[in-house]
Ligand binder design. Structure first.
Ligand SMILES: [Zn+2]
Length: 460
């Protein structure tokens, strides 16, 4: 078994993975708040942690991956109110669409996908413990966490207390002095006019705050002190700092052994949040580029780095997928690969073991492909298939040679020409639209040294 190193946000260093229970790795990654269809940025943690699970399983670990769904939240109330719908109905619909959209990636499901609305009992118990231990207090039905009662507060995000803002300024504008200290954050929010769901609790009916949901759900499924807590780097503060503080305060020990954070997707240079209005919905990006290209795109950057999103990045990813499919056409299916090429496969897995470096791993995979192409026909595909399986691309099929497309579907050839003109004019929207139209007719576009050509579409 290789030693697996991962960057830990808490220590700021690469740490060897040393599971709490030998051979078993528990991973909790914060999932979406379901108030609209998810965008490509939301898919990044889903893909990073799904692929990490595949890699660790390949290395011989039993992995338990938990990705929660936040289905009670201010954003959901606001979106439902704007649409004149019950918030629970909107959340259920968006949770189902989130599952459908991520299913299309072809990476399977996490082992557990708990809902906040189904974890209320444990959340209320958790808050009661925090009050009993003096780490929380109730005010008019709200409950707040006493931040200064946690001596290690700020250790995860490496911030000083005076530089912290919980972002709850607008929580109760009518009662600015409700908190003992502006640093404190809400564990429970008393029921307010206009909110159509609430649950009973000893300090009054209401609903949980966001941070306590995750401490409770993670502990329910993985226990305290599980191996890897993950999520986007935008969650380090306040969300993960608060999760960590709650667990220390209630249980006297750390929630997770290692904290792993992925960088943001950047759309024209800005963090891609739905509020910015730069929306590239996952299901639309998959429809336009195919699921394998989306996974390839997300694996093309190191998980800790920001990743630029643009039509040309997606087109690059599609080309890389095509190169693999093209190589598969000449490989011997199911046959062992030449032993003198195994160093490329080993380098692929070594790169993943070194802080899950997917771009370095992909470089080794393409070294393997280049070498196989150089050797001509008949190289066994076993090593390549092993690498592809870890990337969730194990189902890639070889490109098929097609005869004269012009004879069977002349209109498709005309569309391809129009697409080239649109790309030449940098009208990527039109180019994408034509690509989709071609896919509807059963054709994918492949770039070859002689220019783009049409190949039979691969169904996801
Ligand atoms: Zn969370």
């Amino acid at each position: 078994m290789r030693e697996v190193l991962l960057h830990d946000t808490l220590s700021g260093k690469l740490q060897p993975l040393r599971p709490r229970d030998p051979g078993q790795v528990g991973v909790y990654a914060c999932g979406p708040t379901v108030y609209s269809r998810i965008h490509v940025g939301n898919a990044r943690p889903f893909v990073v942690f799904s692929l990490l699970k595949r890699f660790l399983e390949r290395e011989g670990y039993a992995v338990n991956l938990v990705v929660n769904v936040t289905d009670v939240n201010d954003k959901i109330y606001d979106a439902a109110r704007a649409q004149g719908r019950p918030s629970a109905e909107l959340a259920a619909e968006m949770a189902a669409l989130y599952r459908a959209d991520t299913d299309e990636l072809g990476l399977g499901r996490p082992d557990h996908e708990p809902l906040a609305s189904e974890t209320i009992g444990p959340i209320v118990d958790y808050i009661a413990t925090l009050i009993e231990r003096g780490h929380a207090y109730a005010v008019d039905g709200d409950v707040y966490f006493r931040v200064r009662s946690d001596g290690r507060y700020g250790s995860l995000s490496h911030r000083r207390l005076e530089n912290m803002d919980q972002g709850e300024g607008a929580l109760s504008p009518a009662h600015p002095d409700r908190k003992e200290d502006p640093l404190d954050f809400a564990l429970w929010k008393a029921h307010k006019e206009g909110e159509d769901t609430c649950w009973p609790a000893p300090w009054g009916e209401g609903r949980p705050g966001w941070h306590i949901e995750c401490s409770a759900m993670a502990e329910q499924l993985l226990g305290v002190g599980f191996d890897i807590h993950g999520g986007g780097s935008d969650l380090i503060f306040p969300h993960h700092e608060n999760e960590a503080a709650q667990t220390r305060a209630a249980r006297g020990s750390e929630l997770a052994r290692l904290w792993m954070h992925n960088g943001m997707i950047q759309f024209t240079g800005e963090k891609m949040a739905k509020s910015v209005g730069n929306i590239a919905l996952l299901h639309e990006v998959i429809a336009a580029n195919g699921p394998q290209a989306v996974v390839m795109y997300l694996a093309s950057g190191h998980y800790r780095q920001p990743l630029a999103f643009s039509p040309s990045e997606l087109a690059d990813a599609e080309r890389r997928v095509s190169r693999i499919r093209d190589a598969l056409r000449r490989l011997q299916p199911g046959a062992p690969s030449p032993p003198d090429m195994v160093h490329h496969r080993d380098a692929f897995f070594d790169a993943l073991a070194n802080d899950f470096n997917t771009p370095a791993a992909l470089a080794s995979l393409f070294e393997w492909v280049r070498e196989a192409n150089r050797r001509g026909g008949g190289v066994g595909d076993a090593d390549l298939r092993e690498m592809l399986a870890v990337l969730g691309l194990g189902e890639l099929t070889p490109l098929e040679a097609v005869g004269d497309v012009a004879a069977t579907d002349p209109e498709a050839v005309a569309l391809l020409e129009r697409r080239q003109q649109a790309r030449g004019a940098r009208d990527f929207e039109e180019a994408d639209r034509i690509r989709e139209e071609l896919r509807g007719r059963g054709w994918d576009i492949r770039d070859s040294p002689e220019g783009p050509e049409l190949v039979p579409a691969q169904t996801p």
